[in-house]
Design a protein. Structure first.
Length: 437
């Protein structure tokens, strides 16, 4: 059933690429669709009704052109929403903005390329602690591991030890839940997100309050980890508390939300590979977690290729939102162009682009070792994820280490029935159970 569903998704997107490579939804259509959504989900009416066309771009080449051209397709949709939640983070700032240049300079300096080995060590230790706890709490043969729980615990420990941001105090929503609340609002077009503004704003306030307490302790010489963390490094630059808070808040949001969703999709996809491929992954994983890590090995790169190819099929979010001020002609991969009206909200549907054979050869096949040009998990163009770059591969390292530790567990398999699939609550992963020997 899962394979059939994935095949159906691929065929639908490939059909849209041919029939409506760029779909323009009028204001009137959006209003009708929103009324149906309010009735279906029983949500509150929009904060403000649709006032501009909504453009969905399915053509893979056109998706990349939208994301690469920040002059014509700007990021102001994110800027407004980020300002409402946790601050004006660089993801919602134009390349030419002073705030962007300052933030990217500070973040790149703090997350030094030389940190790769430290990232690996912290990520592996965090993953091993989470998996050991899960296995230790089992009851023998057939014991279960909830991958959602182990992933959240791994990321929480990684953010604590590498970034210097400890978990929020007990009795309050954890950082994963808080960042999911802000992401639900920030990454959705207005026609779907107006009712999410209140919860996102409250979550943003909680995140800022927590981060400001971390910054205050770091400035007083008593940082929570008392180590050389990203929070410590940013504080030492002399940047204002508010700027450090914004950089930390935006960066860890990219860790907790996309990395969780991507990693669960990776595990889900890898478990459905042919048995010979799964055996190879198990062997690579066991080798990976037992080898001394003097330097990256070829086999380690091979395991990362498995992870990245599994992630390729489900980029998060499924589309990236842009705004176009003036009317544009958007060139298509099959030739010709499509008019994009002025003042439109444009959604570059990366979930469609990964299935476009003109952009990704053999798009439906699982092929390890694809070039970076065929990988859209970390975006492309101006706002390619700073934590998913070749110089700072935080996300790649995290997912590879988590996969290695998980697939090194003997007898790993899906739990029976629905428990062995990714189950969601309020649009976010809630559980995904595996069994082990």
């Amino acid at each position: 059933m899962r394979r059939l569903r994935r095949t159906a998704v691929r065929l639908v997107f490939q059909l849209l690429q041919r029939v409506v490579p760029v779909l323009v939804l009028s204001v009137g259509f959006q209003r009708v669709a929103r009324k149906l959504f309010e009735w279906w989900r029983r949500v509150e009416p929009l904060e403000r009704p649709p006032g501009a066309p909504l453009v969905l771009v399915f053509d893979g080449t056109a998706v990349c052109r939208v994301l690469a051209d920040h002059k014509r397709f700007d990021v102001t949709e994110y800027e407004r929403k980020m300002h409402t939640t946790f601050g004006d983070f660089l993801l919602g700032l134009d390349f030419d903005a002073k705030n962007y240049q300052e933030q990217i300079r500070l973040l790149r300096a703090a997350m030094a390329p030389e940190d790769r080995e430290r990232m690996r060590e912290v990520a592996r230790a965090a993953a091993q602690a989470a998996i050991t706890d899960a296995v230790g709490n089992g009851n023998g043969s057939g014991s279960r591991i909830d991958v959602v729980t182990t992933t959240e615990r791994t990321l929480s420990r990684f953010v604590d030890e590498y970034f210097g941001i400890p978990p929020v105090p007990a009795g309050r929503p954890n950082l994963t839940a808080l960042n999911q609340a802000t992401a639900s609002y920030v990454f959705s077009p207005d026609v779907l997100s107006g009712h999410l503004k209140g919860p996102a704003k409250r979550a943003g306030e909680e995140i800022r309050t927590h981060l400001m307490s971390v910054i205050a302790r770091a400035r007083n010489g008593g940082g929570p980890s008392k180590q050389d963390t990203i929070a410590d490094r940013l504080v030492q630059t002399g940047a204002s508390d508010q700027l450090v808070c914004t950089i930390l808040g935006g960066t860890i949001s990219g860790l907790f939300v996309p990395t969780t969703s991507q990693f669960l999709a990776v595990v889900d996809r890898l478990l459905d590979l042919p048995s010979r491929e799964i055996d190879a992954i198990h062997a690579l994983a066991k080798q990976h977690v037992t080898k001394p890590r003097a330097a990256p090995e070829l086999d380690d790169e091979r395991l990362m290729h498995y992870v990245l190819e599994a992630a390729r099929f489900t980029p998060f979010p499924f589309g990236l939102v842009r705004h176009v001020s003036k009317g544009q002609e958007l060139e298509l991969g099959r030739g010709g162009s499509k008019a994009v009206p002025a003042d439109a909200t444009v959604v570059a549907v990366t979930q469609s682009a990964v299935y476009d054979s003109r952009l990704v050869p053999d798009a439906g096949a699982f092929l390890i070792g694809r070039p970076e040009t065929e990988q859209l998990v970390f975006g492309t163009g101006h706002h390619h994820c700073v934590g998913g770059s070749r110089q700072r591969p935080v996300a790649q390292i995290l997912m590879t280490e988590m996969a290695a530790v998980l697939f090194a567990v003997p007898g790993l398999a899906r739990a029976p029935g629905a428990r062995g699939t990714i189950r969601s609550r309020d649009g976010w992963p809630a559980s995904f159970e595996l069994v082990h020997a």
